[in-house]
Design a protein around this ligand. Structure first.
Ligand code: SAH
Length: 218
């Protein structure tokens, strides 16, 4: 994938419009909107498709991979209530766009992808864009116990149930955001870890994610 990382006025303008679209769709967190306004989403696209990069749609970006819809990325990011310095585990690196948003929010990001080709590609490309999460390849449905506990955990693939092991890897006061449902649709769920044994769960809107495949999932 030969990439030209050029951020022209046209793309900058389109990005501002995307922020307005997300505001209209009730994304209200100013920090999240600012992060969407900063990350050059067209860098993830072949130049031929730059005119698609700032539409609020998911888009195939090669290797059978899709970059998530900006609304979905903003929605999950908003639910995490990221504070600068938060240690965040992201399960499902994919294109790396969500990782960039988390980094712009000031998080220290640990991101894991099970597909080796995607892991290799994103690990190579993101640093060229100036983004430096910690990359891992493997089954994220088990979390990454070596680096636990985390302030926040975000799952960007649809799970059949909330993996218990992820709750264990959260700090007290930490938040897990995960889409839970069947292969077709999922409800966004946030879990606040109130104490070592108590959790507050909130079930929110319906989304459509690719399945979380692994030991603690499909
Ligand atoms: N966050 C991504 C979107 C990812 S799509 C972005 O911003 O573009 C979901 C990704 O989760 C896919 O790449 C899929 O391969 C990956 N995935 C599915 N099950 C997984 C698992 N158990 N561990 C790690 N990654 C997984």
């Amino acid at each position: 994938m030969a990439h030209k990382f050029i951020d022209n006025y046209r793309e900058k303008g389109a990005r501002k419009k995307l922020v307005e679209i997300l505001k209209d769709r009730h994304i209200e967190d100013e920090h999240v909107l600012a992060a969407i306004g900063k990350v050059p989403r067209h860098y993830f696209f072949d130049e031929t498709f730059w005119n698609q990069a700032y539409k609020d749609i998911a888009f195939p970006i090669g290797d059978g991979q899709t970059i998530s819809q900006p609304y979905t990325v903003a929605y999950q990011s908003q639910l995490l209530h990221i504070k600068p310095g938060d240690k965040v585990l992201e399960i499902g690196t994919g294109s790396g766009y969500q990782s960039c948003i988390l980094l712009e929010l000031g998080a220290k990001v640990y991101t894991i992808e099970r597909q080796e080709n995607l892991y290799n590609r994103t690990k190579k490309v993101l640093p060229h864009m100036g983004y430096h999460p910690e990359f891992f390849c493997g089954d994220g449905s088990k979390g990454i116990p070596e680096h636990a506990p985390y302030d926040k955990i975000i799952v960007t693939a649809g799970a059949p149930v909330i993996p218990e092991v992820l709750l264990k890897q959260l700090k007290v006061g930490g938040i897990l955001v995960i889409p839970v449902g069947d292969e077709k649709t999922q409800k966004m769920v946030t879990v606040l870890k109130v104490s070592e044994t108590d959790y507050e769960k909130i079930v929110l809107d319906t989304f459509r994610f690719v399945p979380l495949v692994g030991d603690q999932a499909w």
